[in-house]
Ligand binder design. Structure first.
Ligand SMILES: Cc1ncc(COP(=O)(O)O)c(C=O)c1O
Length: 377
């Protein structure tokens, strides 16, 4: 017997539709790499690094194997190791804190502010201590974290700032791109990201030439010359096919971002019209910067029931993230308990991300909000 496939009316993300308009450029980019037979680093990666550094206003860009590795290598190049503390948010993807712990350092969690879901800047200063080696702000869902309140103090103390900009490519604050404000900025090109590869990929941004040299060395087993290793690094390189695909997609990024921003505005207007303000709070725009809406996230009453209802109505949604990092089993040794970071814990109970492909139509958005209204009526 055939299992019945439920029709998906509005997918969370539609990459096939996104790639349709530039399919030829992508195919040619891949063919070029196959013809050149240089599959790891090389000219394609160099050209992409140059293009993205220029696009985002960074002095240096270093392509690596994933966003997770970008974090790990940036922290390694910041001297983070056993006994160090690294301040970060408990409301993020696991990789943020995973990279800290992987180097033997201790993640020191600081609660988020409820409006942006990013690190609460007023709490960051209080968390800095003699062992703090780095701060990792995460620009969650595509909105740059407010860092002004503690950035100067971090610099004065020699504390590295490693921006987790995995979800925030080309988001801006004070005119500067996410990932170019701190010591290092880390991007992810996971396929669902705003600029996605056809597999894993990541990148490190920095304005410091010495730090750029160091991470370049670390990504190739700690050596610049063949069979000479100045330090122990790792194997974390961007593949040429990914770089070629990303370079073919890069000219579309701005249009896709503007489409996401227009979709976010329309969602807010539709929710206002629907009169759901007592049960749904849509994401706010960033009044001081450019939010790039990697996700369009709402806070919703009875979130889990709403999610099941929307799934049965053919509307894709996701919960980023259901469990705060301080309550993950692998961080049990840190001794946290429920209630330690109440805003992060509340966010885990309330957030729901709605479809936001750049190709999402107004009609599809009407369906999403209409179904949400039906759930609450
Ligand atoms: C906030 C955040 N940090 C880090 C990562 C890790 O990136 P990757 O999946 O490329 O390793 C991701 C993406 O998955 C992310 O969303």
């Amino acid at each position: 017997m055939k299992t019945q496939q439920r029709d998906i009316l509005v997918p969370l993300l539609d990459l096939r539709a996104l790639h349709r308009a530039i399919r030829e450029e992508i195919d040619q980019a891949i063919a070029r790499v196959v013809e050149a037979q240089a599959f790891v680093l090389g000219e394609e990666v160099r050209l992409f690094e140059e293009a993205i550094a220029a696009r985002l206003g960074a002095a240096h860009a270093i392509g690596v194997a994933s966003g997770s590795d970008a974090l790990l290598l940036s922290l390694l190049a910041s001297g983070v190791g056993p006994g160090d503390e690294v301040v970060t948010t408990p409301f993020t993807f696991f990789a943020t804190a995973g990279a800290i712990a992987r180097l033997g350092a201790r993640p020191v969690f600081v609660d988020i502010e409820p409006g942006s879901w990013n690190l609460d800047p007023d709490r960051v200063l209080a968390a800095l201590g003699p062992r703090t080696r780095a701060i990792v702000p995460v620009h969650l869902y595509g909105r740059v974290a407010r860092m002004e309140a503690w950035l100067d103090e971090a610099r004065a103390r020699g504390v590295a700032v490693v921006e987790d900009a995995a979800q925030a490519i080309d988001a801006r604050r004070g005119g500067r791109a996410a990932g170019t404000i701190g010591t290092f900025g880390c991007l992810s090109f996971f396929p669902s990201k705003n600029l996605g590869a056809f597999g894993d990929g990541g990148l490190i941004l920095t304005n410091d030439p010495d730090k750029a040299t160091r991470v370049r060395r670390l990504r190739t087993h700690g050596g610049e010359k063949m069979y000479r290793h100045d330090e122990v690094g790792m194997n974390s390189r961007l593949d040429a096919i990914q770089a070629a695909v990303l370079r073919a997609k890069l000219p579309s990024l701005d249009g896709w971002t503007e489409a996401r921003r227009a979709i976010a505005d329309r969602y807010r207007a539709l929710f206002a019209e629907a009169g759901l303000s007592d049960v749904v709070r849509p994401a706010e725009d960033d009044p001081e910067g450019r939010h790039v809406y990697h996700q369009f996230t709402i806070r919703a009453a009875r979130r889990d029931d709403l999610r099941v209802f929307l799934e049965s109505a053919g509307v894709g949604t996701a919960v980023y993230y259901p469990v705060p990092l301080h309550l993950q089993p692998c961080f049990g040794h840190l001794g946290h308990q429920a209630g330690d970071f109440p805003e992060a814990e509340r966010a885990c109970r309330e957030v729901l991300s709605l479809p936001i492909s750049p190709t999402l139509t107004a009609e599809q958005q009407h369906i999403v909000v209409d179904r949400i209204r039906a759930f609450y009526s």
